[in-house]
Design a binder for this molecule. Sequence first.
Ligand code: ASP
Ligand code: MG
Length: 404
Amino acid sequence: MAIIVQKFGGTSVGSLERIEAVAEQIIQTKSRGHQVVAVLSAMSGETNRLLDLAHQLDANPSPRELDMLLASGEQVSISLLAMALIKRGYSAVSLLANQIGLRTNNRFNKARIKYIDNTRMLTELQQGHVVIVAGFQGCDDEGNVTTLGRGGSDTSAVAIAASLQAKECQIFTDVDGVYTTDPRIEAQAKKLDQVSFEEMLEMASSGAKVLHSRSVEFAGAHKMPLRVLSSFKSGSGTKINFNEANLTNNPVTAIASQKDEAMLTLFGISNDSLLKKELFLALAEADIEVDMIQQASINHKSNDLIFTLHRNDYLKADEIVNGLIRSNLLDKSCGDDKLVKMSLIGSGIRSNTKVSRQLFECLHENNIELFLISSSEIKISFLVKPQVHDLLVKALHQKFKLDQ
Ligand code: ASP
Ligand code: MG
């Protein structure tokens, strides 16, 4: 008997009807002879509602208390699902993170999972129960409630699946799989039957919302087979494949976008190593994540440095940079906090030299200005203005024949 972990997101448990449908889905999986562990999100809108309550009370709420509050959303959905199964004559037990020994570090609001004690879950499964676990939450060494960051229940599910050595971790959501690009922008977007693990990792970290990027990292580290499926319609979804061989003939597999990007350019850096040390230390202390970094040396005396970050961190980063100007570590800076990062992702990019040429052709044909470009083995990322985003998605989708 294999263990299957099924994660249901907020819209999949968004109403009592939806919760009843999830119960049916679990019963189907059980009837195929599997043991099921379900990991749930809060009912859709609930985490936002709780967050809003906290912010009405205090613009900067205590991180510990915020986690205590936000974790309550999942407690509601897991107990309701257990009731729905019990009503149907199945035995089920709902469990909070501390009841399954899901330990995290103590970084409230963005805690990381350290380990999971699978004893309780295995005992419950052996007794024939469906185990229903609250996603998104954890417990630190002192017993405080923590949460894993927005969208974190995907990561809970993968970590739980890994700790149980499950056969597969299935992420049920409101779309029927992973698409070549956002189908709301490009109607020709196609569902992918499978994507390679490394492509999925790049997609998740480049803005594709379907999976929390840490969950993909976790799956990679534990070689946990993942599948994204719809909880609204049947189908085999998208399998995240660890076998890289010959997934597609196209060099590009998908186009992902990350809105809310900002860029800062630092001019006239005299002492490069000192500036970088001071800058990246201050950014790290302010908990600001830097995304792309590029450097150009106009002459040998001074350097320019460009980096990108999330728009929400722009003002804080700008203050840090202004401090460095006052300390004479650079001459001046400029920035833009309204940009979109687009990424072309595909295992085939590695061996195909035409991709960047085709990208520039496409930009030229559509008269689109590009701000910063960086490429890695299987990804080319660049920044554009938000106004041209949708047009460029469509043009690139066609250029790279993603609809075929
Ligand atoms: N309920 C949490 C959120 O809305 C966690 C999740 O859904 O993954 O972010
Ligand atoms: Mg999600």
